[in-house]
Design a protein around this ligand. Structure first.
Ligand SMILES: Nc1ncnc2c1ncn2[C@@H]1O[C@H](COP(=O)(O)OP(=O)(O)OP(=O)(O)O)[C@@H](O)[C@H]1O
Length: 482
């Protein structure tokens, strides 16, 4: 097998099988990665992408199949690191109680010795400057104080640093899930430069535009197998979606006018900008560059200033943006994670009706295809995208007439996204109000009305045909029109 590898091969995986109980996560998957390549890896939620990454990264031992690195056959974290394999996981893995520099030290064990803090700090800062010019991150700060986008940027920057062995293959699992379009474009430009300079990148993303514009080869996985492996030029968005096993539905722009009563409002902030209001039956979008006050506005809508429920207000459900921190209960089952917000409605004389709870679980499992043999399994047995679907189902399963969503589609596959968009439309048509912060322009364009945020205030309100990328971008930057 080693003979069959070309000189540029960094790693070759052949016939890899991994099984978790009854689930065949990998069922004979093949993947070879060579120097100078950016490979886009796509597939539905639960297709096996993160699992094959964990095999290449050395974290999982294959139950069958071969793994060959440039330095020879074998597996394990040490061998992968020795061959310059780095990985940025979907669930970010920095230690939140340590500073950015200290985290860099953990990832690069050679960074010890006198004055290591200063060197670690300089290493990350230089890489952040190279990948995300103008990032504004203070590398002396504790990771827990950074926003989710900043944490993602720091982890990406650390993975590309060269302190130990040089980075030869960097695996990025949903690297732009929390980044706005400007930061995502900076990262994709860097990925192309890194590959052109002889490095390799394995890019996993459900944002197909990103894959098509950045990678030079695309590998499609389905049910634990590689079902296509071709140059990017051989794919269009439609053929890619179809190869993944989904159908492309035409996106409908909103032509609706709200008919309901005013349900929510916020005054203009700091006495500047515009006030916010939302009506029954509306899908209202929050747009603008990431971290400009959208999440805070959602929290303000959810809670009053002192953290209490606002009196006399319709019930509100919230889909949190940081799944690991505020979303899932990691020690609970899938079903309990889904039903937790509906327990009142599922209870009779303070006791939860198990039968109705199970019915609710089965209904949502089918409706948005949560891929699991049993909703009694632990939530962490689900792939990242499937965990996100559970959070979404948790909010929609309630009777809340207002649903606040903090970028809820992160890591959800394209087929499911289309289903969810349809659910949103029909739920809005039946009177629910959605307030939806999204970092994806495609999603902002699905809203009935959009507020653009800049520096913590609303600087523009767009409706119907006015909701275009150009208009959102123009308002997002100081000096743009509003
Ligand atoms: N630790 C685990 N225990 C049980 N099942 C698991 C575990 N890890 C993964 N699986 C299962 O293996 C399958 C493949 O999961 P994987 O995370 O590789 O999918 P993915 O393609 O990365 O999905 P996503 O796009 O949602 O991230 C899924 O059915 C998942 O539920």
């Amino acid at each position: 097998m080693a003979d069959a590898m070309s000189a540029q091969t960094i790693v070759a995986a052949r016939g890899i099988k991994i099984q978790f109980g009854a689930v065949k996560a990998l069922d004979g998957a093949d993947l070879e990665i060579r120097q100078g390549e950016c490979i886009g890896l796509v597939g539905h939620n639960g297709a096996g992408k993160s699992t094959i990454v964990n095999v290449i990264n050395g974290g999982l031992t294959p139950h069958a199949g071969d793994l060959v690195y440039g330095s020879g056959q074998g597996h394990g974290i040490a061998l992968a690191r020795q061959n310059g394999v780095r990985c940025v996981f979907q669930e970010l893995s920095l230690c939140s109680n340590l500073t950015v520099g200290e985290n860099a030290r953990i990832m690069n064990r050679n960074l010890g010795g006198w004055n290591w803090r200063r060197r670690a700090l300089a290493l990350v800062r230089n890489k952040l400057d190279e990948i995300f010019p103008g990032h504004g991150i203070d590398c002396g700060s504790t990771v827990g104080d950074l926003s989710i986008a900043q944490r993602q940027m720091v982890e990406i920057a650390i993975s590309f640093t060269d302190a130990e062995t040089p980075a030869r293959l960097v695996i990025l699992d949903e690297p732009t899930s929390s980044l706005d379009s400007g930061l995502a474009a900076q990262l994709m430009a860097y990925v192309r430069r890194f590959a052109a300079g002889g490095g390799a990148v394995l890019l996993i993303s459900h944002i197909l535009g990103e894959i098509l514009s950045t990678s030079n080869r695309i590998v499609v996985m389905k049910d634990g197998k590689v079902v296509a492996d071709r140059p990017t030029s051989a794919f269009t968005t439609r053929s890619l979606v179809e190869t993944m096993g989904s159908v492309v539905k035409d996106r409908q722009r909103s032509t609706r006018q709200h008919t309901g009563e005013r349900r929510l409002s916020l005054p203009a902030r700091k006495g500047e900008g515009l006030a916010f209001e939302a009506f029954g039956g509306e899908i209202v979008g929050f747009a603008g560059l990431g971290g400009h006050g959208q999440t805070q506005a959602l929290l303000d809508l959810y809670l009053s200033e002192n953290g209490n429920w606002l009196p006399n207000r319709s019930p509100v459900a919230f889909v949190a943006g940081d799944r690991g921190l505020n979303g899932i209960f990691p020690l609970w089952s899938i079903l309990r994670n889904l039903s937790i917000a509906s327990l009142g409605a599922l209870s009779k004389r303070t006791l939860v009706d198990d039968g109705r709870e199970a019915e609710l679980g089965e209904y949502w499992k089918k409706k948005i295809e949560i891929r699991t043999p049993d909703t009694g399994n632990f939530i962490l047995s689900l792939s990242g995208g499937n965990q996100q679907k559970v959070l979404f189902a948790r909010a929609l399963a309630t009777s809340a007439s207002i649903v606040l969503m903090d970028d809820p589609m992160r890591g959800v596959d394209v087929g499911t996204k289309q289903e969810v968009y349809e659910i949103l439309r029909s739920e809005a048509a039946s009177g629910r109000t959605f307030v939806w912060y999204s970092t994806e322009m495609d999603e902002i364009e699905l809203c009935d009305r959009v507020y653009v945020f800049r520096d913590g205030v609303i600087v523009a309100e767009l409706a119907g045909d006015e909701i275009t990328e150009e208009k959102v971008l123009a308002s997002s930057f100081a000096g743009g029109e509003h």
